[in-house]
Design a protein around this ligand. Structure first.
Ligand code: KG4
Ligand code: ZN
Length: 378
């Protein structure tokens, strides 16, 4: 008997008598997210989220093994809670969708195993979802929603990409970061500023009281003539500013350098540096997004991923886009960062691909451009 034989279910039950909901499970990184989506109404019926921020905070970043264990701790209980809130039972679920990648392998396996096991027990089909497609299509859950085709700016902890989106699964990469992602630039700069994990939102909050013109930080690749990004140089520039502010000598070629300092919380220039970092990142994201609109001739820009929650980015994009008659779309704020709703939503859009095959495979690295349009759309 080969391994796939043991993972096929003999007879899925018909879904017609229930409410036809799609259950989504997200576990790619440091949030356990569960949601029930109703394809008939296009609405989220119930959702639950558990953030691991407090768990990882003492370590200054995500500890993969701890993340996996916590997904195990919370996954099933969030599913039970979501069903209860929706007043639904397994009979109301027609398929289970889970994040197959990209993300942390162990964390992904927890969600995949959970979804596959429940689907097996409930005799329902199961559907692997691409995490970034979840982010990318989450603005469709907002009102007003964008219409295809549009340009998407995907800005998360691991990705900074501009895409031309002609439909579900029809993604063309216009440009991307050649090194750090925008979220990484926020997080690494935040660490240098002595802020806790997760750095992005904390840096944004500190920046509110700072002067964004106080430090002249680089805007890497701003005039590169293409739609690629680079943020590694910005991090180095911030590290050097922090050394200067702390009175630590800059690293000299060939010399043993002193450890990189972090700015103490009481430092008077902290908010100014935070505001300057944020401005540098936002300026580049805005300039490239507008260039992408210009290049494609499209007039809708969709922003998705955790950094999309940044208020300054939202304001600057809206102003810039309005300058040439374009409109900017965001997911509802709660759906900017990782959540189960975006996975259930993609599950509904790709329902025809759900299978009663319970083999557990995850894809920690997986390019969005590898996706194809949903089977039903062919
Ligand atoms: O999409 P997401 O929740 O997880 C990934 O798929 O990576 O994005 C997380 C990233 C982190 O780098 C976090 O610092 C950043 O989004 N982030 C923010 C803000 N909220 C989250 N960055 C800047 N400003 C924010 N308000
Ligand atoms: Zn994400």
């Amino acid at each position: 008997m080969n391994s796939s034989d043991t993972t096929q279910h003999p007879a899925p039950t018909p879904s017609a008598q229930g409410r036809g909901l799609v259950l989504g499970v997200e576990s790619s990184c440091d949030e356990t997210g569960v949601a029930l989506f109703d394809p008939a109404s296009g609405r989220i019926v119930a959702e639950a989220l558990h953030s691991q921020v407090a768990l990882h905070a003492p370590y200054g970043g995500v500890v993969p093994e701890l993340a996996s264990r916590d997904h195990i701790r919370y996954g099933l209980r969030l599913i039970a809670q979501t069903l209860r809130e929706a007043g639904a039972t397994q009979d109301d679920v027609q398929a289970l969708a889970y994040t197959q990648g990209p993300g942390l392998a162990g964390a992904l396996l927890v969600g995949a195993q959970l979804a596959a096991s429940l689907a097996f027990a409930w005799r329902k089909p199961v559907l692997p979802v691409h995490h970034m497609e979840g982010h990318l299509l989450s603005p469709l859950l907002a009102d007003p929603a964008p219409r295809f085709p549009f340009v998407a700016l995907l800005v998360s902890g691991g990705h900074t990409q501009l895409m031309r989106v002609d439909g579900v699964g029809r993604y063309r990469l216009l440009g991307e970061s050649i090194d750090d992602a925008a979220g990484e630039a926020f997080d690494k700069s935040a660490k240098l500023l002595g802020l806790d994990y997760p750095g992005g939102p904390l840096l944004a909050r500190l920046a509110e009281t700072g002067d964004a013109t106080a430090f002249a930080l680089p805007r890497p690749l701003l005039h590169s003539g293409n739609l690629d990004f680079s943020f590694a140089g910005l991090k180095t520039a911030v590290a050097n500013e922090v050394r200067r502010l702390c009175g630590t000598p800059l690293p000299a070629r060939g010399a043993v350098s002193l450890p990189q300092p972090q700015l103490p919380p009481t430092h008077p220039r902290r908010a100014d540096l935070a505001a300057s970092v944020q401005a540098a990142i936002v300026d580049v994201l805005v300039a490239k997004s507008l260039a992408a609109l210009r290049e494609t001739g499209l007039r809708q820009l969709v922003v998705a991923g955790g950094v999309g929650a940044n208020a300054r980015l939202r304001t600057a994009l809206a102003q810039g886009a309005a300058g040439f008659g374009a409109q900017v779309f965001h997911p509802p704020l709660a759906l900017c960062t990782d959540n189960g709703a975006m996975i259930a939503h993609v599950g509904a859009l790709r329902l025809a691909e759900a299978r009663c095959d319970y083999a557990v495979n995850v894809r920690p690295r997986w390019a969005l451009t590898e996706l194809a349009p949903p089977l039903s759309a062919s």
